[in-house]
Design a protein around this ligand. Sequence first.
Ligand code: AMP
Length: 477
Amino acid sequence: MSFSNLGLSDKVLAAVAATGYTTPTPIQEKAIPHVLARRDVLGIAQTGTGKTAAFVLPMLTLLEKGRARARMPRTLILEPTRELAAQVKENFDKYGAGQKLNVALLIGGVSFGDQDTKLMRGVDVLIATPGRLLDHTERGGLLLTGVELLVIDEADRMLDMGFIPDIERICKLVPFTRQTLFFTATMPSEIRRITETFLHNPEKVEVSKPASTATTVTQSQVGVGREPHEKREMLRQLLRDAKDLKNAIIFCNRKRDVAVVYKSLQKHGFSVGALHGDMDQSARTASLDQFRKGELPLLVASDVAARGLDIPEVSHVFNFDVPHHPDDYVHRIGRTGRAGRLGTAISIVSPADQKSVAAIEKLIGQPIARADVTPVASTEASPAPAREQQAERAPEERKPRRDSQRTRGGRNKSRKPEGADRKPQTADRKPQAAEKPAQAPSIGRAMPAAAAREQHAEPADHSHLPAFLLRPIRARG
Ligand code: AMP
């Protein structure tokens, strides 16, 4: 099958050829003809399958006819996070270069004024996170009555983030007769319910089992004790010992732990960036860019910030915490082993994580191999700093927000999920837990000379680290 059999316009085919893609991916092959036939589509596909182009390419073809009117976008794409929204915009820029289309991004952390000016000029494609979109409609600066095509992307993630009430409101603001494309990686019952409400006789397109993990990823788990510092020590050791490590994403369950692990690795001389939903937009973009370009080989991230990001060729994924939702494990390790490449995924498992490991093994239908790693030596003080202990006890931040405490026109303003449009905070810049220099090794075998030097002199001697992990860190913008 080639792209030219799918019914795409010549302009779009030329743009695809310019990117070098010759064969449509299965989701593209199956979905594009239905989108062009103006059918509703229910696409069950994960990121990494080429699903973005599966809706962007036919949309570009359909948009060649017609013109946008002020404040009335012709098409609307809803994304759960700012990064995903920005990534979809990049796809329109790439494939739509030959067309004079106005594509606007409505995401939090960016001034209303600039967004308003763009809306005023008339928009062909509006890509938005739900919160910011509703803020614009409530201010009266945006009318959704001209929307001919609506894309709801990453719907199961929207559910996890508590966006479903917002999505339901938005769906009532767009015309009943619009075409709807709905993408989700999994089909929990609540997602099934909303597909029944929002989609009209959809074509169902499914490309891979939601819970399957790539066979090219080597998965393992290493056990540690209960103390938070044991995880950090194990992480450093795994990073130092890792074979063929080009770059890695280190996932934490909580935003505050992203900040703690980021600071810890930085202190120990690793070149590392951070990504979580409370960072302001410029810091998030800077971290991601540096990671993509290979300037920072390590990225500490939370699920919400990292979900669906297109970061090619990640060699390693580390789960600093085992995710509470087994689906998140599949998504996390899906960052590596993409497009048939080899990847490694290692989970650091404390006694508190064991229940989550069991749930994951059940979902993926296979055990995760246990690797025996003896911690070399403690280079951190135990007990952990008081604030950090508090963080360990704090309730899970990523609690699904399925309630509907509504204020002001029905929107839930009371508890914003991570990644939602919110005022920029600077949590990533504030030291969260000062890590004291260690007094004595607490676990494992005799301390090697390098580790001993590290304990007694700050900054540490990093001669034992691979050179690429020690590249200087550029100041953040
Ligand atoms: P997505 O699932 O949309 O996040 O896409 C994952 C990656 O696949 C992106 O880097 C795309 O640029 C790439 N991609 C999309 N379509 C194709 C294709 N037909 N052939 C090869 N790569 C593709």
